[in-house]
Design a protein around this ligand. Structure first.
Ligand code: A4P
Ligand code: MG
Length: 175
């Protein structure tokens, strides 16, 4: 993997939330490996991981997903972080035959240090997160103050259940 550039020297690390999903292959192993790989990125620490959820596909077909959200601090700028996450997806065998196709690993930047970013490659906050229980529920576990109660209520009918508590990833993030 090409190591991405660090952000501006002297920049403070940003607090970032990343959504993780998988609905093909060894799903839990893929999420654990991704967390370990994220923790190896330059200037990056995985600080907390949400409980692990199972969820029916939303706007998509295929098998059920595993989903979680990770909290990071990183000195990487948003674009290099996106590139690094895409390299981790590729290493997990991610293929993109069509939009919302089943996948071995999906890593989305949900929130990046309070920045609003709107470029062809990157939109932050993630534009579809407010419609999705598989994002809002684990994000609310980590950062309830960042999730609007009305938004959570609006996705309450989506089929999602908590499979494991926050300790499921301790072995890879150092608990
Ligand atoms: N991109 C723009 N903004 C971002 C961002 N904030 N984070 C661009 C990550 N990528 C971002 O993504 C397509 C392009 O989005 C990237 O090249 C990047 O430059 P992709 O991962 O290649 O394709 P995708 O996953 O098919 O699209 P996307 O937009 O990630 O799909 P969604 O909206 O994330 O939906 N149901 C359940 N239960 N659980 C899931 O995890 N996931 C999806 C994917 C649908 N249904 C699901 C789940
Ligand atoms: Mg994606």
């Amino acid at each position: 993997m090409n190591l991405p550039d660090l952000g501006e020297e002297g920049e403070r690390p940003a607090l970032v939330y990343v959504g993780l999903g998988a609905n093909l292959g060894e799903r839990e192993a893929a999420l654990r490996n991704a967390l370990a790989a994220i923790g190896q990125l330059p200037g990056t620490l995985v600080t907390r991981v949400s409980p692990l959820y199972g969820s029916a596909p939303v706007d998509a077909g295929g098998p059920d997903y595993l989903n979680a959200v990770a909290e990071l601090t990183t000195a990487l700028a948003p674009q290099p972080l996106l590139q690094a996450l895409q390299s981790i997806e590729q290493a997990a065998g991610r293929q993109r035959p069509y939009r919302n196709a089943p996948r071995t690993l999906d890593l989305d930047i949900l929130w990046f240090g309070g920045q609003a970013i709107d470029t062809p490659e990157l939109t932050v906050p993630h534009p579809r997160m407010a419609e999705r229980a598989f994002v809002l529920r684990p994000l609310a576990d980590l950062a309830p103050e960042r999730v609007d109660a009305a938004a959570l209520q609006a996705v309450a009918s989506q089929d999602i259940h908590r499979l494991e508590g926050p300790g499921w990833a301790d072995a890879v993030v150092g608990g």
